[in-house]
Ligand binder design. Structure first.
Ligand SMILES: CC(C)(COP(=O)(O)OP(=O)(O)OC[C@H]1O[C@@H](n2cnc3c(N)ncnc32)[C@H](O)[C@@H]1OP(=O)(O)O)[C@@H](O)C(=O)NCCC(=O)NCCS
Length: 201
């Protein structure tokens, strides 16, 4: 199976912010590092489930690796100071060869929280993942991470260990976006599907 990318697109999120959404590419190491530097301690903890002050070179290489059917990432950027600025990133990693399940992470720079960017990236990631043979997302979420739990539960997720410090959430994902729940998060994800057009092979 060959990886199916999507065409980059521009859209406006809450408060009129214009963002460009595109595949992450190997040249994005500096943007990934800058995005990490702009995360609060709490967001870093929620993303990595540990205190973290910097990304290692190996992590930067991994996080900016060329997308494949097994590991792919999508990023959101906005323009600032005449240069693209990192806004958010979402990735899936297939749990094992041949599996239809992938572990995901979504990270939005704190200054851009609550504008619909996390939901937008999650929706684009779901469309990409489905096109690449994934049918379920799995997220390990800190029990205090109310925003991420909210997003995934509203999208139809099921919590496996709701009372533990790390909550395991399974979310079915669909090629047909009408299968997502009839709520606000489902509607945002349907909109993300309509923006992210898959490229021809
Ligand atoms: C989780 C995260 C990606 C969400 O990104 P975001 O761009 O702020 O998300 P959105 O704006 O699309 O949606 C946030 C939703 O969560 C809700 N929310 C925010 N804080 C909340 C809270 N404390 N309790 C419940 N819901 C909350 C918002 O109301 C919004 O829902 P709504 O649109 O129905 O109002 C972002 O908070 C983040 O990057 N956190 C740090 C890294 C992280 O935790 N990653 C997840 C690791 S698996």
């Amino acid at each position: 199976m060959t990886y199916r990318p999507f065409r980059p697109f521009d859209t406006k999120v809450k408060e009129g912010l214009q963002v460009t959404v595109r595949d992450v590419v190997p040249d994005d190491g500096d943007l990934i590092e800058l995005g990490f530097d702009r995360l609060s301690k709490r967001s870093r903890f929620f993303r990595f489930m540990a205190s973290k002050s910097r990304l290692s070179d190996a992590e930067i290489d991994l996080f900016s690796a060329l997308n494949t059917v097994d590991h792919a990432a999508v990023g959101a950027l906005c323009m600032g100071d005449d240069k693209p600025q990192p806004v958010g990133i979402a990735r899936y990693v297939r749990t094992s060869a041949e599996s239809h399940s992938a572990e995901i992470s979504v990270t939005v720079v704190d200054a851009f929280h609550n504008r619909g960017i996390g939901t937008l990236l999650l929706g684009v990631l779901a469309k990409m993942a489905c096109a690449n043979g994934i049918s379920e997302f799995l997220a390990l979420v800190d029990s205090e991470n109310a925003a991420m739990r909210h997003l995934l539960l509203e999208l139809g997720g099921t919590e496996e260990t709701p009372d533990e410090l790390e909550v395991s959430i399974h979310v079915p994902i669909y090629q047909d976006p009408t299968n997502y729940p009839d709520n606000k998060v489902g509607a945002y994800v349907r909109r993300a599907y309509s923006y992210a057009k898959l490229s021809d092979r």
